[in-house]
Design a protein around this ligand. Structure first.
Ligand SMILES: O=C(O)C1=C[C@@H](OP(=O)(O)O)[C@@H](O)[C@H](O)C1
Ligand SMILES: C=C(OP(=O)(O)O)C(=O)O
Length: 439
């Protein structure tokens, strides 16, 4: 880095203070990558574990918690509500406390914080104000607020159906039956289920609308609730019932984040190399496990052994026709592989990712096109055809996974500069360092 290179100082909630060049020259692979990587913990598992620990009947331990912006924001939010969350070590300790306002919760850009914490705040005695990053104010949220109102909670959002808003907690929630349209995000359902056992009548949540995306994430919620001793009935399609009762304290181990494995495994395909991700679970509720199937369809070999998941690239990348509805968060990395593939691809079922950190379909189409790619948006996905690529600045829109897409393409294309790569700290502290260490 020269003195003339602009640097970006991460805010403290980004989990690191290392200055990083902006835009960041993405490492260009000069040969087949051979690497074994240890990835940080899962965002989705960590933030569910923290919420459930804060609602539990005693102290819990969240081992190998992910330390990143989203999880630190969750810890801060729950602390603001009255829990004691000790994040000083690798194992985070959560001691539930009396939930009370007035309090303020900064959601950053974390879907899990903006959706999962309001149902907890509803149990607090006193007002709790929620706000977040500018992009967060445009993320869909209204269904959760309306559902909470239906369960007996007063919320003041001045009709926005989005951040900022105030949950006017009274110390208890009636709960009961509510019907919502969760076609924009599975997190609407997970949010209500996570707190539901602590409501007087529990919750009976029904979905009415187009199919719910990211269903495995709801299954993850149900599994974690059951691990805490909560009774959940998910035997009917589009209906989830959480019975009222105590949430038992738990000592849990967090698995590595399999969605954040995507760029690392992609490096094996792009360079014809071999990448092993350590501690890949044999059985998991994480949707990122679908990467094993996806990279295989794209021409790689994926092998799960005691060492972890090893992916070997097999020369040219094959384009795919794939429905990512259940695993939408993998789209940016998969799209980057498709851009580098030797045959066309069609990615489907992901209209809802327009409501993620940014409109991911539009951002991916725009940024790949700027590098010479042939990528068009469809109503529910992306159509990608092979095209010669060139270097340039890759915009990231405050979206960690758009940054992953940029660095993947940068492996194979000279002169790709990834804007604000520090945004990756949303779910991965020092991603640029971990990425650079592979080469
Ligand atoms: O519950 C969760 O932890 C998540 C659910 C999914 O959200 P959507 O259902 O909004 O896609 C996923 O994309 C997000 O990264 C994490
Ligand atoms: C959609 C994502 O995040 P969030 O939890 O903020 O919704 C993501 O991580 O891809």
């Amino acid at each position: 880095m020269t003195d003339a290179t602009p640097t970006h100082e991460h805010p403290t909630t980004h989990g690191t203070s290392a200055p990083v060049a902006d835009p960041w020259p993405a490492p260009r692979a000069t040969g087949a990558v051979r690497a074994t990587v240890t990835l940080p913990g899962s965002k989705s598992l960590t933030n569910r574990a923290l919420v459930l620990a804060a609602l539990s009947d005693g102290p819990s331990v969240v081992r190998r918690a992910l330390r990143s912006r989203d999880t630190l924001l969750m810890a801060q939010g729950l602390t603001a509500l009255g829990a004691a969350v000790d994040t000083s070590g690798a194992d985070w300790r959560v001691t539930p406390g009396r939930l009370a306002g007035p309090a303020a919760v900064d959601c950053g850009l974390a879907g899990t914080v903006m959706r999962f914490v309001p149902p907890v705040a509803a149990l607090a005695d006193g007002p709790v104000v929620f706000d977040g990053d500018p992009h967060a104010r445009t993320r869909p949220m209204g269904e959760v607020l309306d559902a909470l109102r239906g369960l007996g909670v007063a919320i003041d959002d001045e009709g926005r159906g989005a951040l900022p808003f105030t949950v006017e907690g009274t110390g208890r929630v009636r709960g009961g039956t509510v019907t919502i349209d969760a076609s924009a995000s599975s997190q609407f359902i997970s949010a209500l289920l996570l707190a539901g056992a602590r409501y007087d009548e529990g919750v009976d949540v029904r979905h009415d609308g187009k199919p719910v995306p990211s269903l495995p994430h709801i299954e993850m919620t149900v599994a974690q609730l059951r691990a805490h001793g909560v009774e959940v009935d998910d035997s009917d399609a589009d209906r989830w019932r959480v019975l009222p009762g105590p949430v038992r304290a738990l000592d849990v181990d967090i698995e590595p984040d399999l969605s954040n494995a995507a760029p690392f495994l992609a490096a094996a395909l792009v360079t014809g190399g071999e990448v092993t991700v350590r501690d890949w679970p044999r059985a998991t509720t994480q949707p990122g496990d679908a990467l094993r199937e996806i990279v295989t369809l794209m021409g790689a070999k994926a092998e799960l052994t005691d060492a972890g998941l090893t992916v070997r690239g097999g020369g040219q990348i094959r384009g795919i026709d794939y429905d990512l509805h259940d695993v939408g968060e993998l789209t940016p990395a998969v799209a980057a592989l498709c851009v580098l593939a030797g045959s066309p691809s069609q990615l489907r079922g992901i209209a809802h990712i327009r409501g993620h950190e940014t409109d991911r379909l539009s951002a991916l189409a725009r940024e790949f096109t700027r590098l010479g790619g042939d990528v068009t948006e469809t109503e529910d996905g992306l159509a990608i055809r092979p095209a010669p690529l060139h270097g340039g600045v890759f915009g990231t829109y405050a979206d960690h996974r758009i940054a992953h897409a940029g660095v993947i393409v940068g492996l194979a294309v000279d002169g790709v500069l990834v804007e604000d790569v520090a945004t990756t700290s949303k779910t991965f502290t020092d991603f640029p360092g971990a990425w650079s260490r592979m080469f």
